[in-house]
Design a protein around this ligand. Structure first.
Ligand code: NDP
Length: 470
């Protein structure tokens, strides 16, 4: 830690007043990529007094805002009305003539995405960050060349180019879509096959299923959502199957043949060929490093193509940093934002450099119903701690009871028996992500089961289960 702080000291060029060093270059910071991490880093560095430019070849906002978390969540809301409108009848409402207009939802979502893109652009402009709407390539030491041919220099370079969907190559793989295209479809496919069993596969399976598509998930392994607690995975699988989603496990894509009528004939190992109207791949994401010129200055990359960084987001080249998905640490927007903030504060701010704590990061899958988790799964805790206590509440939310919906929630708490500390909380059920955000504070703060027991329940809620575990 001491050595790391020392290493930063000579690099500071703004707050420490080394203006002569800064003026050697056109900018103190040049950020490549205006996604969540890049925008945060750029505006914070600028607020610390740095002269900042950012290059973005697509749309300001990055994956999360333009074709990820934000529009996806809007689709999740839209999709849930399918169930709410059915359930409403059990609460006395008469709902007649209901119909769903995908184009209307799609276009509303895209309108809001454009609004958010504008806000991100405004934030940069308000902080006097220069935005180049074009591709940038590192062409020499401290030197960046833009697609227009303009050459600029910078004291520091931050790579925040994110990641993109990974589609393995096989005959016919050119016919598949990814989540990028899913937001722009002209119609909801009647039958869709989703490859992968992770976040995107389960979230979009829920969305398409609620919109009336026949959804099949095909995964190479025998599970979904590998990193989540096994009980929650099983529960989501069971609920999804009851909702009509089909799962094919231990299968790989051999071939996709596009027929004249546009349908896709899909050959999966171990199965007869089957016809679908669309195939969507959600098999992970790969870092965007192509054409950045990393090799020109010798920036080290890893096996998956990720930029190798230390805890302070520093690469092996002393003035080059990287944050967010391109580093393949934790591929989550709030983590990228924290990395961008920490980078900007550490390099351009007045305080001591600090690293982002990547432990105990809460997460959620916006499936139907959603999953949320923080800390160790039961399996991880057994392996790591040995002596643990597991509390579980398996209940039918009141709303589901009245609605006649036989869908049960499951909450799980994992406690280190040695000191009563809560080391993991796992939930599947309505609003799980909303509840988890507050519960995650308690786990991060190393609170104990006794602290939860001492907290009075809010009744009647689903969240009260967290303080009523016996
Ligand atoms: P995930 O890493 O969540 O899941 C990938 C899935 O694809 C797994 O089921 C895996 O199988 C399978 N897979 C991986 N590689 C291959 C391959 N070469 N061929 C066939 N199958 C493969 O990836 P996603 O694409 O769903 O999402 C990417 C990332 O985006 C996530 O890791 C997450 O960090 C982020 N994200 C977060 C969201 C959120 O916070 N709610 C929402 C959406 C994305 P198996 O592991 O079973 O072997």
């Amino acid at each position: 830690m001491v050595a790391a702080i020392g290493a930063f000291a000579h690099m500071r060029c703004v707050s420490t007043g080394s203006a002569a060093m800064a003026d050697q270059y056109d900018y103190d910071l040049f950020t490549i990529g205006a996604g969540s991490g890049g925008v945060r880093a750029s505006r914070v560095a600028a607020a610390h007094g740095a002269r900042v430019a950012v290059a973005e070849e697509y749309r300001v906002g990055g994956t999360c805002v333009i074709r990820g978390c934000v529009p996806k969540k809007m689709l999740v809301y839209g999709a849930h009305f399918a169930e709410d409108l059915v359930d409403a009848q059990h609460f006395g409402w008469t709902v007649t003539g209901k119909s769903f207009d995908w184009i209307a939802l799609r276009d509303h979502v895209q309108k809001d995405v454009s609004r958010l893109e504008g806000l991100y652009g405004e934030t940069l402009a308000n902080h006097n960050v220069t935005v180049f709407h074009e591709r940038a390539t590192i062409t020499g030491d401290h030197e960046i060349t833009l697609a227009s041919g303009k050459v600029v220099t910078a004291g520091h370079i931050l790579i925040a180019t994110g990641a993109r969907p990974l589609v393995p190559e096989f005959p016919g793989s050119e016919h598949v879509i990814t989540s990028n295209e899913a937001f722009h479809l002209d119609a909801i496919p009647r039958r869709i096959l989703i490859a992968g069993g992770g976040y995107i596969a389960n979230e979009f399976a829920g969305i398409f299923n609620e919109f009336g598509a026949k959804v099949t998930i095909a995964n190479r392994s025998d599970t979904i959502l590998r990193s989540y607690d096994a009980s929650l995975r099983d529960r989501l699988l069971q609920i999804s199957m009851v909702k009509g989603i089909e799962f094919l496990f231990m299968t790989e894509f051999e071939q996709i043949e596009k027929r004249e009528d546009g349908t896709l004939l899909v050959k999966l190992t171990g199965h007869d060929p089957r016809e679908f109207d669309a195939v969507m791949f959600a098999t992970g994401r790969t870092p965007n490093i192509e054409g950045l010129g990393l090799e020109t200055i010798g920036v080290e990359t890893g096996k998956k193509g990720e930029i190798v960084v230390d805890a302070f987001s520093r690469t092996n080249v002393d003035y080059v940093y990287a944050v967010g998905d391109v580093t393949d640490r934790v591929q989550l927007t709030p983590v990228a934002i924290r990395e961008g903030q920490a980078f900007a504060d550490s390099v351009f701010g007045p305080g001591e450099p600090y690293a982002v704590d990547h432990s105990c990061v809460p997460s959620a899958v916006f499936s139907h119903p959603p999953i949320a988790a923080v800390g160790m799964t039961e399996g991880e805790a057994r392996n790591k701690l040995g002596n643990i206590r597991v509390y579980q509440s398996d209940f039918r939310p009141m709303k589901n009871v009245v609605a006649g919906r036989n869908e049960r929630s499951l909450y799980k708490m994992i406690v280190d028996a040695a000191n009563d500390r809560i080391v993991g909380i796992h939930m599947i059920g309505p609003e799980a992500a909303e509840i988890m955000q507050a519960a995650a504070i308690a786990v991060k703060a190393k609170l104990t089961k006794a602290d939860f027991d001492a907290t009075v329940a809010i009744h009647p809620t689903m969240a009260e289960e967290l303080v009523l575990f016996k």
